[in-house]
Every structure is written in structure tokens, then in C-alpha cells.
Design a binder for this molecule. Structure first.
Ligand SMILES: NC(=O)c1ccc[n+]([C@@H]2O[C@H](COP(=O)([O-])OP(=O)(O)OC[C@H]3O[C@@H](n4cnc5c(N)ncnc54)[C@H](O)[C@@H]3O)[C@@H](O)[C@H]2O)c1
Ligand SMILES: O=P(O)(O)OC[C@H](O)CO
Length: 343
């Protein structure tokens, strides 16, 4: 991969966009990084640090921050879009005016849109209608921004319906501390990355209530069943959900204190109110919004997602966490494999 001639833009300078920009810059690429806030752009420019979203990480000079989307996306070989999922539609609509039809567009955002139930690549396809599906890819898997920025060995998946695109993305991002596998299942890769955030809230609730280790293991395992039910109904390959973007990310996020989603759940389990938690956060806990999408999808598609739906009832219907545990434990008895892969 020729770092001198490959032009890259990163759209979104939260923790993940900044960490991935640093990874690419450390590989030698010179890249434009679109920053939403003026003050964050100025800070990166002057202090070479994103103090708000990725503090204590020195950013190399070959990351060029900008508040102008056109600079970040025009004439690029690859554009990485990594904004919060609820901003994807707006940002994709604005990118459309500047992006070249041949650009490879990768998204590393994790979520399912509330109104439409679309994944991130589906929103990009809809909003940038001249983009070929073959030029779209997803980067997902167990990867905390802080660890990637600190060069902790990390393994993720790049998914595209085009093998050439997946391999191109694999080559661009891989380095000795960041190993990228490829797959041809963008839907499975995105459903895994979205649903694990809802389950991480559940795991956090469980730990916040100091319930013990047995329930957390049960929750992760039965949560995977729910990920499979929803994923396969939407066209995912169940094997993708057993891979990095499914089980891998589920394990990380349900057990890692670095997870924002797990932390939100933990605080709820300790008795704090959702509004209070969110108002104190500048970062995004995608699982909160994704819970709504997953709940509504389960009703629309007629599939049983008891853990995800109990998370919904705690977050949005005021149900107590104790009542939720009781309801989950006292459901009718079942075969373990009932409806696992076909909804
Ligand atoms: N942080 C991680 O470790 C990590 C890892 C993998 C995937 N992700 C995913 O990456 C995506 C981005 O998350 P993050 O962690 O980088 O963000 P973040 O939570 O660190 O920061 C929030 C970001 O939202 C931006 N923002 C706020 N309002 C906006 C608007 N109206 N339009 C555009 N941008 C706006 C802010 O500028 C900031 O960049 C999410 O979908 C997340 O799930 C994050
Ligand atoms: O901090 P979280 O919960 O948004 O998780 C970050 C990444 O998605 C982990 O892979």
C-alpha cells in the first residue's frame, strides 16, 4: 500500500475516529480529519491532542484536522465515516455533494437507525445514491479506542460484498498491532456491532446490581441467541455473529470497564437515572438509541428478544431492574435452541 499516493479522509473525530486516524497516520498516511466542534479542531491543531474525546494521546502531524467536510472527502481513495449513528443520515447527506463516485467508503459506526431500522451502510447507500454497493465496507469488532491508540494488539473484521474492497480496507488498516480479517457479510457485521451495545447495557446493569458472575455469563450467552435471532432474520450469516463482530465484541463490551454502554448499564444498576447519566456524558453510548430500534424491530418482525426488550423497559418504561430480573427468570421453560437462527 503506497502511503504517499493513497488519499484518506476520516469523518468524525470522537474517540474512535481519532484513534483510527492515529493508526493510519502512524502507518505513514497523510490524512484529513473532519472534526465537528471548532474547539476540538483548534486543540488538535495547536496541542496535537483531542482532549475531549481521546485525552493523553499525542497525535502525529500527518493528521490534518478540518471543520470542512469537503476537504475531508474530496478526491479521496478512501473515506472512513465514524460519526455517532444518529448523525449518520445528516453527515451522509452532506458528504454526497463532495465525494467522488469511485471512493471506497468505510464506516466504523455501530447502530441501527431509530426511524428506519437501517444499518449504517444502508443509510450511506440511500443518501449517497451514486455510490456502488461494492465500494462500501464496514470495520467492526472488539476494539476500544483507547487501547488501539495505545497500540494494544487488536483484531477486527472488515466486511464488504466485494472481496476486492474488503481486501483493500484490510491492507489500509492492518499493522503489527491491528489485525484485520475480512468477511462478505456487512449486515451480520453491523447487527453484531449494534446489538452487543444493548447487551452491554444489560451486563452493566447486572454488575451494577452486584448480582454475581453466573447471571452475567447467562446474559452474554442468551444475548448471543437474541443477536442470532435478529441477525438471521435480517439476512446475517450466523457464522459472522460467532466471529469478531459478534461474539468477540459482545465479550469485550459486556466485561470491559472501558465500555460506555456497559458503564451506562452499571450506573443504572446502581440506581442512577438514565437522563442524569446521559446529561453527564459528552461521548455516545450507542446502545441507548439502538435499544429502541431493536425493541421496535422485534415487534415488527415478531421475534422474541427478551433481554433486549427488558433493557427497553428499564430505559424507557421506568421498570425496576429487580422486576426485570424476576420476569426474565420466570418466563416459560424452553429448549435451548428454540428459534436460534430462524427467528
Ligand atoms: N470509542 C470506541 O472505542 C469505539 C470503538 C468502535 C466503534 N465505535 C463507534 O464509533 C462511533 C463514533 O463513536 P466515538 O466513540 O468515536 O464518538 P465519541 O462518543 O467519542 O464522541 C462523540 C462524537 O460525536 C460527534 N458529534 C456530536 N454531534 C454531532 C453532529 N451533530 N454531527 C456529527 N458529529 C457529531 C462529536 O464531535 C464526537 O466526535 C459510534 O457509533 C461508536 O459506537 C466507537
Ligand atoms: O464504549 P462502547 O460501549 O461504545 O464500546 C466501544 C466499542 O464498540 C468496543 O468494540
Amino acid at each position: 500500500m503506497d502511503t504517499a499516493t493513497t488519499k484518506i479522509g476520516v469523518v468524525g473525530a470522537g474517540s474512535w475516529g481519532t484513534a483510527l486516524a492515529k493508526l493510519l497516520a502512524d502507518k505513514g498516511f497523510v490524512l484529513d480529519l473532519w472534526v465537528f466542534e471548532q474547539e476540538v479542531r483548534e486543540q488538535i491543531e495547536t496541542d496535537r491532542e483531542n482532549k475531549v474525546f481521546l485525552p493523553d494521546i499525542k497525535l502525529p502531524d500527518n493528521i490534518i484536522p478540518t471543520n470542512d467536510l469537503d476537504i475531508a472527502v474530496k478526491d479521496k481513495n478512501l473515506v472512513l465515516v465514524v460519526v455517532p449513528s444518529h448523525c449518520m443520515r445528516d453527515v451522509a447527506g452532506r458528504i454526497k455533494d463532495f465525494i467522488n463516485p469511485g471512493t471506497i467508503v468505510v464506516t466504523a459506526s455501530k447502530g441501527i437507525e431509530n426511524k428506519t431500522h437501517l444499518t449504517m451502510t444502508q443509510i450511506l447507500e440511500e443518501k449517497i445514491d451514486f455510490l456502488s454497493k461494492e465500494n462500501l465496507a464496514v470495520l467492526s469488532g472488539p476494539s476500544f479506542a483507547k487501547e488501539v491508540a495505545n497500540k494494544v494488539p487488536t483484531v477486527v473484521a472488515a466486511a464488504s460484498i466485494s472481496r476486492d474492497t474488503a481486501e483493500y480496507v484490510q491492507k489500509i488498516f492492518s499493522c503489527p498491532t491491528f489485525r484485520v480479517y475480512i468477511n462478505d457479510d456487512p449486515i451480520g457485521t453491523q447487527i453484531g456491532g449494534a446489538v452487543k451495545n444493548v447487551l452491554a447495557i444489560a451486563a452493566g446493569i447486572c454488575d451494577g446490581m452486584s448480582m454475581g458472575l453466573n447471571p452475567r455469563a447467562a446474559l452474554i450467552t442468551r444475548g448471543l441467541t437474541e443477536m442470532n435471532r435478529l441477525g438471521t432474520k435480517l439476512g446475517a450469516d450466523p457464522l459472522t455473529l460467532s466471529g469478531l463482530a459478534g461474539v468477540g465484541d459482545l465479550l469485550l463490551t459486556c466485561t470491559g470497564d472501558l465500555s460506555r454502554n456497559y458503564t451506562v448499564g452499571k450506573q443504572i444498576g446502581e440506581g442512577k437515572k438514565l437522563d442524569e447519566i446521559i446529561s453527564e456524558m459528552r461521548m455516545v453510548a450507542e446502545g441507548v438509541k439502538t435499544t429502541r430500534s431493536v425493541y421496535n424491530l422485534s415487534k415488527k418482525l415478531g421475534i422474541d428478544l427478551p433481554i433486549c426488550n427488558e433493557v427497553y423497559s428499564v430505559l424507557f418504561e421506568g421498570r425496576s431492574v429487580e422486576e426485570t430480573v424476576e420476569r426474565l427468570m420466570n418466563r416459560s421453560l424452553k429448549h435451548e435452541l428454540d428459534g436460534v437462527v430462524d427467528g
